[in-house]
Ligand binder design. Sequence first.
Ligand SMILES: Cc1cc2nc3c(=O)[nH]c(=O)nc-3n(C[C@H](O)[C@H](O)[C@H](O)COP(=O)(O)OP(=O)(O)OC[C@H]3O[C@@H](n4cnc5c(N)ncnc54)[C@H](O)[C@@H]3O)c2cc1C
Length: 471
Amino acid sequence: MHLIAIGGSDAGISAALRARELDPDAEVTVVVADAYPNFSICGIPYLISGEVGHWRDLAHRSVADLEATGMRLRLDTRATAIDPTDHQVHLHGSDGRQETVGYDALVVGTGALPVVPPIAGLAGPEALGAADGVHLLHSMGDTFALATTLERQPARALIVGAGYVGLEMAEGLTVRGVRVTQVERLPEVLPTVDAELGALVRAELSDHGVEVVTATTVRSVDRAPAGAAGHLRVEASGPDGQRTTWDVDLVLVSVGVRPETGLLVVAGAATGPAGAVVVDETMRTGLPDVFAAGDCVVTHHQLLGPTYLPLGTTAHKQGRVAGENAVGGVARYAGSLGTQVVKAFDLVAGRTGLRDHEAAGAFRPATTASAPDDHKAYYPGAHPIATRLTGDLDTGRLLGAQLVGRLGTEIAKRVDVYAAAIHHHMSVAGIDDLDLSYTPPLGSPWDAVQIAAQAWVRDHQQRTREDLTPA
Ligand SMILES: Cc1cc2nc3c(=O)[nH]c(=O)nc-3n(C[C@H](O)[C@H](O)[C@H](O)COP(=O)(O)OP(=O)(O)OC[C@H]3O[C@@H](n4cnc5c(N)ncnc54)[C@H](O)[C@@H]3O)c2cc1C
């Protein structure tokens, strides 16, 4: 049995590890386009900030660790074509060597590529790039290029986009001593949460010296004229068409990713939302013995069905399922709730499940805002957690949760409680029944998670005195 995994990040390596774990006799080859298998690209912002000391520290496992599991790594090697009929993959090494290798099962984990928005100066023969201080950020190669620009000690940077990676990079560059301007096309930063919560994140960025400009679209990046404050000139237009110009030394474009599906599409795989490759819950693509996982595939959302939700957590789980099934297992991917969390300076924002407008097609959603303290107010350091819970008015089912609070208010783990509740189809009212922990420095007899649920019930399901009195 020969399993080939294409891609050496979360999905490809998870598949290879699981296959070797379940079937020590399986021959497993991982083909990786670069020389950095199993690196945590999620950690790049903390390498840039200097909190992670060396790029090698970002490796989940070293090459030696991976090889010790029995898998074979083909680094600096790109898969250029899949022949699903003959069960073969064509490989092209960075040294120019080409070969064709047979497989019994194939897992494709080619991930995603950063979106390049339609900004003049970013495409075409005259496009500015990393050597000019204009960057995208997804791979270790991108990271090294950015690090080279940072060695030139830029004074000012402009980040296009205020999604979670843009926010993490605003913090990372600020910590590095770079003055950051962040420009977002939408009306509020972190558009994955409701604007009321995004506003809290924006205030945190501003408090740390980031110039935040929203409802503004970057139109062009060009070389600045001699004598300007920076060597790059960025032009943008605001909501009324008014133009703004910045002269900076570094531009980072961070506006999301698109699935890298070329190999599978040419081989005949079907695509779905966002152009990602369609897979079933066993991560099969429909091509014989070809599985796929991670940022290159459609995500099954537990509440919405097929969608595109590229996240590291998802890629790990899907890769593991694909690896297990590739060696004859019967694993299935249970689906995603889009649970995610981001730290922006001393604030943390998390979400899981659906927001009101996302749920509207399939449910009758209602959202309640509340701000319970993270622990008993008499114990020093208590802070409110801005919470927005969404439930279904017809069934009372919990549909989603969004939380923003200070670092230390356990946003990540509290959002995980809601994620577990949604996964198990709990009602909002049912959150009260959970036996959650309590000690005054860390919580309350009714945890913040439950107080927010009680607020939703009060707003949408409150029973009257007549309801409580037997007729
Ligand atoms: C800065 C940053 C921060 C992030 N933070 C978080 C976070 O905090 N939490 C979270 O859940 N997610 C986070 N993510 C997203 C997460 O990193 C991705 O969802 C995850 O890496 C996807 O894994 P993947 O294996 O599907 O694809 P990728 O990580 O994109 O890897 C694709 C792999 O395929 C290889 N490859 C591609 N084409 C070929 C080819 N033809 N031949 C051979 N090899 C090929 C690439 O070299 C690479 O090894 C972050 C992403 C970034 C960029």
